[in-house]
Design a protein around this ligand. Structure first.
Ligand SMILES: [Zn+2]
Ligand SMILES: [Zn+2]
Length: 130
């Protein structure tokens, strides 16, 4: 993949996030560095980066695309109230290689496990008022 300046800025911006931002959030920040970039360009680059396996694409609340700079397998916690997506410190690769969760797979070859927790994030869980 040809590395353009735009793409590098987009990637750098995403790497500053652990909250799996959508294209609009990335766009707002990239524009501070590259004022003439368009949302379409940001979006297209994010799509290309995810197709190339450099970043991960997730679907967020209401089908909105969210992006993750962490491509190693890791579980997400998804807040059912505010739609926040957070990373959990849980090493899926070690679980896959240890075989603990592979016992149900039978003769199938397990190459990965997608694990997602759902519930209320700390913020939503803590605030009793809406
Ligand atoms: Zn929440
Ligand atoms: Zn993540």
């Amino acid at each position: 993949m040809r590395q353009t300046k735009q793409r590098q800025v987009i990637l750098d911006t995403l790497h500053q996030h652990t909250d799996h931002p959508g294209a609009d959030v990335i766009y707002a920040e990239v524009r501070k560095v590259l004022p003439r970039i368009s949302l379409g360009t940001v979006y297209r680059n994010l799509e290309l980066l995810s197709e190339a396996g450099i970043i991960l694409k997730l679907s967020g609340k209401d089908g909105q695309k969210r992006f993750d700079p962490v491509v190693s397998q890791h579980p997400h916690f998804r807040c059912v109230k505010c739609g926040a997506i957070e990373d959990l410190p849980f090493d899926i690769d070690s679980v896959v290689s240890s075989g603990t969760m592979n016992q149900w797979a039978g003769d199938r070859k397990v190459e990965g496990i997608t694990l997602e927790y759902t519930g209320l994030c700390a913020k939503c869980n803590g605030s009793g008022s809406v």
